[in-house]
Each structure stands twice: as C-alpha cells, then as structure tokens.
Design a protein around this ligand. Structure first.
Ligand SMILES: Nc1ncnc2c1ncn2[C@@H]1O[C@H](COP(=O)(O)OP(=O)(O)OP(=O)(O)O)[C@@H](O)[C@H]1O
Ligand SMILES: [Mg+2]
Length: 366
C-alpha cells in the first residue's frame, strides 16, 4: 500500500487502485495513489485513452477496482472487501454531455437528487444553487431552451444541490465553443470555491488544467506520471512526457564536449544544465542529453548572414507571436516572442536562450 498519510481534512484517497478490463490489454488504471484535501480542485490531465474517465468512474462507483482501496470522506467505499453503491458515496457527477432530463425544467432537474428532504428545505436549496451558478429567472425553462453554457451550469447546480463531499466533472467544458469555455472555466472554479466543495476535474486541455486547478495529476497509459501544483508541473516537469504534454516544450540534443554541452544553437557550460530527473543521477554520466527549451525561453535575433534557423511559420496570438523555426539539421523549434519581434517568413535568425533561464535536461530517450 502507498505511504500516503491519512488526514482528517482529506476527502478522497486512492491507494494503489487498479482496473483492468481484460487480461489481454494493459490496465486502464494502474496502481494509482492520490489524495485530495477538503475544498481542493484536482485536475486529471492526460491524452485520450489514458484512463481519466475510468478513474473518475471508479471514484463514483460505476466501476469496481480489481485491487487497491478507495476512501471518500474517511469511509472506505471500494476495495479490500468494501463496497458502497454510487448513490451512497456523497459524490456529485457532471458529465461531458450534461445528461440533463429533457422533460424536466431547470428547477426540477436540480431538485432531482433532493427527494428525501422536506419540501420547504428542497425549495430553499434549489434557489440557493440556482443563485450560486447564476441562473436566476431560468428555473422554469426546459434544457432545450438553454444555451450550452447554461445547461452546463444546471448540471453543476444539480450535482452541488445535495451538498456532496466531492464533485466529479468529466470534461465538462469540452462541448462548448472556445469563448464560452474560457469564461465558464473561471466561473466553474469560482462556483466550486464559493460552495467549498472539493472536485476532481477531467480534461485533456493543458491550459484548462493549469488555469483552474489547485493540483494537477498527469496520467499516462493508466499510471500517474506526476502530481503537484500547476506551477511545479510547468517549471519542474518530472519526465519528458510531462514536459511535452503540459508545456509543449522543445527538446534539443546536446553532446558532451569536455566542459561544455554543445547544441545546434550554441554551447553551454557543464553546470548550466540541471537534471530534470534527479533519480537518474548526474547528467555527467551521459555523453548526450536532451535539453528542454520552453517556447518563451527562446529569444530570436535576426541575422541574415549567420543565423542558423529559418522562420517557417508565424502565428499572431494577440500579445505575442508564435514562430516555427527550422534548424540546419531539419529539427523544428517553436518560439513565442513579444509582438515587437516581428520577423518575416523565410528570415534567418539566431535563437538564443535568456541568461536567467534554468536549463533542464533529460537523459536521451530509450
Ligand atoms: N468498459 C470498458 N471496457 C473495455 N475497455 C474499456 C472500457 N472503458 C474504457 N476502456 C478502455 O480503457 C482505456 C481508458 O479509457 P478511458 O475512457 O478511461 O480514457 P480517457 O482518458 O477518459 O480518454 P478520453 O480523453 O478519450 O475520454 C482505453 O483504452 C479504453 O478503451
Ligand atoms: Mg474520457
């Protein structure tokens, strides 16, 4: 079992949870351990098929783990002989397609999970959550009379109404267009924080995970690759996979040449590079490593004569440009620069790295 320490403010705890659908395929969720404290918003981030929905379904009780233990609000709910049915777990669920009842009004959808309470208490709670999600005046409408963003808020209000320990949200914003999604993701965080509810939020959108969560858990092929605050994942990715998936960083091969690392865009003193994977030991033991260069760490100096990169593409992003560069070897780099640095396609540039940037490096990929 994991070494996680139980804590009274902990609302969710997974210990070495595994779910394998068939003996012929690898587990969809493989020995995952994590914990969530009261009021915290955790994102599960990872590519399609990495096990995010399966993990959420295990927590909700729609799947049973083959091994491991799941505890919600200090009560074991699955594993080691325990089983609590989904409706008794104190968990609210918000699905990608909202799953509202089409024949019920907003008010009726929200009160659906409050059946066992006295009528005045139900009415009061429905009004409270309608106000919390900003849907005042829309209580008598049916789902088809609402926009996608409004429907998503009804789904959230319905999940929050019974005061759950935990709300689970499976890609709740992915059906919305980009403008609504950007606005609603901040609102979603504000609503969950105002309700004081803990939440697990599934997404495969890096920016969404980094911007709304207290903690991000990056999954890969059923396993938890790294978990921590968004800033930590961005600044100190523990693996090349996290670096590529979370920060869409560049990698450049560096060869050891006595007291320097030589790359296609310049040389660096040996001690300028730090190991991004301390567990693999010192970088000194390698003749070749991969240096991580974030898009914003690259500075571009126009140099038509000696520049060793060519601008292949330029995208205007409002406050900055994103350049796609090609080096002589054919390798591509992506750089983001302030709009003042406007370079034409085809221009030769010299990519440089800010002196202040910490350069992290990984051993070569096997
Ligand atoms: N009921 C099932 N029976 C068999 N295999 C399943 C079942 N549910 C999921 N899987 C498999 O488990 C793996 C993880 O699926 P899951 O739906 O958890 O991924 P995901 O990370 O949510 O992906 P996406 O981002 O596409 O929603 C996939 O390989 C999937 O095919
Ligand atoms: Mg999914």
């Amino acid at each position: 079992m994991s070494q996680l320490i139980s804590d009274a403010s902990e609302v969710l705890r997974l210990e070495a949870v595994t779910r394998q659908f068939s003996s012929t395929v690898p587990p969809a969720v493989c020995v995952v351990s994590l914990s969530l404290r009261s009021g915290e918003l955790l994102s599960l981030l990872g590519p399609s098929g990495c096990g995010k929905t399966t993990l959420l379904r295990l927590i909700a009780g729609f799947e049973q783990p083959q091994s491991g233990l799941i505890t919600i609000g200090q009560r074991p709910v699955a594993g080691e002989g325990h089983w609590v049915v989904p409706e008794k777990r104190g968990v609210g669920m918000v699905f990608q397609d909202y799953a509202l009842f089409p024949h019920l009004t907003v008010h009726q959808n929200i009160q659906f999970g409050l059946k066992d309470k006295p009528v005045p208490a139900i009415q009061q709670r429905v009004q409270e959550v309608i106000a919390l999600v900003g849907l005042e005046g829309l209580g008598d409408r049916y789902p088809h009379q609402l926009s996608g963003g409004q429907q998503q808020r009804v789904a959230l209000a319905r999940a929050l109404a019974p005061h759950p320990f935990l709300v689970l949200l499976d890609e709740p914003l992915s059906n919305l267009d980009v403008q609504v999604r950007l606005r609603l993701r901040q609102e979603l965080r504000d609503i969950l924080k105002a309700a004081g509810t803990s939440a697990v939020f599934v997404t495969h959108d890096q920016e969404e995970a980094l911007s709304i969560s207290d903690t991000v858990a990056v999954m890969r092929q059923g396993c938890l690759e790294q978990m921590g605050p968004p800033e930590l994942l961005y600044q100190e990715p523990a693996s090349r996979f996290v670096a590529e998936f979370v920060t869409q960083t560049n990698f450049l091969t560096a060869q050891r040449q006595q007291e320097q690392w030589q790359t296609e865009i310049g040389t660096f003193p040996i001690d300028r590079l730090v190991s991004a994977e301390p567990t693999v030991g010192s970088l000194d033991t390698h003749a070749q490593i991969e240096v991580m260069l974030r898009q914003e760490d690259l500075q571009l100096k126009p140099d038509q004569q000696h520049g060793n990169a060519v601008v292949r593409d330029r995208q205007f992003l409002g406050r900055e440009y994103r350049y796609r560069l090609q080096l002589a070897s054919g390798q591509e780099l992506v750089a983001r620069t302030p709009v003042e640095v406007r370079l034409p396609i085809g221009a030769k540039v010299q990519p440089m790295i800010a002196q202040t940037s910490t350069l992290r490096a990984f051993p070569p990929q096997c």
